[in-house]
Design a protein around this ligand. Structure first.
Ligand SMILES: [Zn+2]
Length: 399
């Protein structure tokens, strides 16, 4: 607007914020959400540089009027499988008609993914990445895991790295059919040439530690090889039944153990004793889409465990890219408060990725944020299924 005074070059003021979720406990009301009212936020060079009362807002080159709406940090989706081909809608329909989920359908996607061109995989990753961004996700972790050959795993993480820095090598998603009677050999392949080919594009290594996938010995071997190659650890753990995944993850210093649907007291104690170092990432879209019992979020929160929410976006067991949907599920089905769910979907996801620059809105943080079509963060759970994300900024740039 020409009548406004010029601020520092390239600055952007988000003005008239009715409710700002800072995720800075102590910065305001609302406990860990650190809510501030009637504030403005100044962005320069992709970073938040000032937050203060709207009445004191400095001049800026450009201005966005939030018009009294709520502004939140962008969602941090710390668990997604976007590199795949094919569609499993028919399997979903069969499951809704009563067939159980076993994880075996992963092999269907592996076949389609191996047959796909790089261009087809890239188009799917970009489509889902953009779909997530429109729903407020400004940081997303993307896993490989549907290639399961050296070449297909390497290209999967390479294509993921084109859209995010949070890339994960999941060669140990399932033992592919051709190695069904030689799982030890497959683990050797994952730890050897597959890891060597994928590691240059990956920040993390992950294993599906579950009956029917990888047992504790195999998971430990793969994760320690990944650590030796400089990758951080995450684990798919305790999704389909009780098992060793959570405790193994904590023992190896995993940033996150994901799913946590079937936990015993020792699992919860181990997570609590990690004092937030290992986050429990809950993926309620998977329970929703497989009609399974939800994880006991209250038990984890009451024990002092740090909890994150993520989509698990994948074509088989959770084909949603919507973090607002996961927030609504967490509140309605897992008895998290709206504040706990919003924190888990933003700051919690950042903890699960060991990031301090996202999931918060304070000077020095990345200017990744969303403006809601609503006066409060509460509406994300209160108005489920409604497109409430009015505008998204990533690195200070309106998307
Ligand atoms: Zn997953």
């Amino acid at each position: 607007m020409p009548s406004e005074p010029k601020g520092r070059a390239g600055s952007l003021l988000v003005d008239n914020i009715g409710e700002l979720v800072t995720n800075e406990a102590g910065a305001g009301e609302g406990g860990p959400l650190g809510l501030r009212r009637r504030v403005a936020l100044l962005v320069e060079a992709g970073e938040v540089v000032w937050v203060g009362p709207a009445a004191d807002a400095p001049a800026a080159d450009r201005r966005i009027d939030a018009d009294g709406a709520a502004v939140l940090p962008g969602f941090v989706d710390s668990h997604a499988h976007l590199v795949f081909a094919g569609d499993r809608g028919t399997e979903f329909a069969a499951r809704m008609a009563g067939q159980p989920y076993t994880g075996g359908g992963i092999r269907t996607t592996v076949g389609a993914t191996r047959s796909a061109t790089d261009g087809q995989l890239r188009a799917t990753v970009r489509r889902l990445h953009d779909e997530a961004l429109r729903q407020g996700t400004t940081t997303i972790e993307i896993k490989s895991g549907y290639g399961l050959t050296v070449a297909d795993e390497a290209r999967s993480v390479r294509i993921a790295a084109e859209v995010t820095e949070e890339t994960t090598f999941l060669g140990a998603h399932v033992v592919p059919t051709e190695y069904a009677d030689r799982p030890d050999e497959y683990v050797g392949l994952v730890c050897g040439p597959m890891l060597a080919a994928a590691a240059p594009y990956a920040r993390w290594i992950d294993v599906f530690c579950e009956r029917g996938a990888f047992d504790a010995d195999h998971a430990r071997a793969i994760l320690t090889c990944g650590q030796a190659a400089g990758l951080g650890v995450r684990v798919h753990a305790n999704q389909l039944g009780p098992g060793p995944g959570v405790r193994l993850g904590v023992e190896l210093g995993a940033a996150s153990v994901d799913h946590c649907t079937h936990l015993d007291d020792a699992d919860v104690d181990a997570l609590a004793a990690s004092e937030g170092s290992t986050v429990a990432t809950l993926l309620p879209g998977a329970e929703f889409s497989t009609r399974s019992p939800y994880p006991d979020a209250r038990r984890l929160l009451d024990a002092g465990v740090t909890v994150a929410l993520a989509t698990d976006c994948n074509p088989g067991s959770s084909y949603t890219s919507s973090m607002p949907f996961c927030v609504a599920l967490a509140v309605r089905e897992m008895r998290m408060t709206p504040a706990e769910a919003v924190w888990a979907a933003t700051a919690g996801g950042a903890r699960a990725l060991r990031r301090t620059d996202v999931g918060v809105l304070r000077p020095g943080a990345r200017a990744d944020l969303m403006i809601l079509d609503a006066p409060s963060h509460l509406h994300l759970a209160y108005r489920p299924g409604v497109p409430l994300i009015r505008q998204v900024l990533r690195n200070g740039v309106p998307r």
